[in-house]
Design a protein around this ligand. Sequence first.
Ligand code: FEO
Length: 401
Amino acid sequence: MNAREIRPGIFWVGVNDRTTDLFEGVWPLPHGVSYNAYLVIGERVALIDTVKAHFAEDLLRNISQVISLERLDYIVVNHMEPDHSGALPAVLRQAPSATVLATPQALPMLASFYGITERVKPVSDGERIDLGGKALAFHHIPFVHWPETMATYEETERVLFTCDAFGGFHALDGVLFDDEVEVWEYEDEILRYFSNIVGMHSRPVLRAIEKLKGLDIAVIAPSHGLVWRRDPVHILEMYSRWARMEALPEVTLVFGSMYGFTSRMAEAVARGVKKAGLKVKVLDAARTHVSFLIREAWKRKGLIIGAPTYDTGIFPPVEYFLRLLERKRLRDRVVGVFGSYGWKGGAVDKIMERVGPLGWEVVDTLGFHGAPSPDDLARAESLGEKVATRVREAASVAEAI
Ligand code: FEO
């Protein structure tokens, strides 16, 4: 993509990445991702963030479409993760007058990641820099996503550059702004990004929103995904809702099955949920990448987990899912657990050992031996009904508050 002016004197100069298979080496990118960087041009010129090192040439070409690289006075590093800082050494080599601006916490990272110790100026929380016709103010927002992170606000055009905050997966398919797409088509990938990358920092996200909401914001310009100019409040509200653990009054059912017995029970549980009048999304943990399982668990209030016993513990794909949910700190879920065993039990107890410390509300548990009997299937249906009923009650209480 070419450089594009987003407001007078402010240009997007980022890149689409459609070749990286796994973001951070872990998370699949079926629709790609963008690394957004921006130029702010006053009498002096600032580049806001860079891109992943592999795309440095594309970034340099985009900047050159707008200004000569020698004109760069500042490179603002909102966040040090290499998807945004990787091209920094390449830019610095071609911008001899540029000074790097970053939080004090970023300085040891600049030194260790790239050996950058000179032409660096730490900026304090609330500090301003006058570019002549444009002005930048720096707002530290630690842990959205790393401890050194900040957001940068351009005062004359009221653009807030937020780096990871308010970003999402999904490359920019010939578009840049929220008013150029059907936003709902991007929302699942924004939530998958939020829940997998930023979700464990939900409290810092809420603190950041509280801190930044006093600014007069016309545009939210993150470093992944859409630029929000028609409705910046929409992305703020989505992030706020997800960080507060608000969810749909529906049920996510994640199960694993070796020979079909647990799968048969999963079908009965799903019938029970539906019988109680709620929607249920059923996902096979062994055949669905865990990043999608995490997203679906984040989306709905009800969560039912089913697994056979494996090596006297939890079927591994389900165990991995639970470990990651624990790490991502998903809270406030209404839960049901079911599990099978062939010769020795274990799965249900081990799931409960993991679920207990998370503080979720466990409505029902159910273990069964071998092939599910008609009685087991009836109990599975009842488990689904109980979880659904409790989810509906919790939703009514939430609405009443
Ligand atoms: Fe997009 Fe935390 O980097």
